[in-house]
Design a protein. Structure first.
Ligand code: ZN
Length: 176
């Protein structure tokens, strides 16, 4: 089990556009397990690779409730193929913006194409929480954060707060 340090706002890494995964090998399998371990430890329901400082287009999700068995899902090179005009509002949070939540409106349904850990291509139709979670995580791969959907004033307040917090914190990525 390997838990990786999380990248926290305002780290500029969070604004980086991630690169497609090119090799489906043992290293990728190990990394996906590290991502899941990190997500479970946090705990969270979704995590993009850039949140553990790897600019790769991959994400993990587990929407199982506490009393249900784990249901890890790994999405590699995911892409939203189509989205509904119908929209949904969820209160979102992010492991990279701890303890901050805001309502975000997104398409209620999305069709997502992705590769599994074996390199096999799939397409799924997602709705509800899965649709929102996939869109939130795919945004990370493009350097987009959920606070980009809230008002500018609120966003500036959040960023300011995290800049202040970062000053008092030892950068985890420099830890050895
Ligand atoms: Zn997030």
């Amino acid at each position: 089990m390997s838990i990786k340090p999380l990248v926290i706002l305002p780290d500029p890494l969070l604004r980086q556009v991630s690169q497609p995964v090119a090799r489906f090998d043992a290293d990728l399998r190990k990394f996906s397990q590290d991502m899941l371990d990190t997500m479970y430890d946090a705990p969270g329901i979704g995590l993009a690779a850039i949140q553990v400082a790897e600019p790769l287009r991959m994400l993990v999700i587990d929407l199982a409730k506490e009393d249900e068995p784990k249901a890890p899902q790994v999405f590699i090179n995911p892409e939203v193929v189509s989205s509904s005009t119908e929209r949904n509002i969820y209160e979102e949070g992010c492991l990279s913006i701890p303890d901050y939540y805001a309502e975000v409106e997104r398409p209620a349904k999305v069709r997502v194409a992705y590769f599994d850990i074996e390199g096999k291509k799939h397409e799924i139709d997602a709705d509800g929480l899965l649709a929102t979670c996939l869109q939130h995580e795919i945004d990370h791969l493009n350097g987009v954060l959920f606070i980009d959907y809230i008002s500018r004033l609120k966003r500036e307040m959040v960023v300011k707060k995290f800049k202040k917090l970062a000053k008092d914190r030892v950068p985890s990525r420099l830890a050895v």
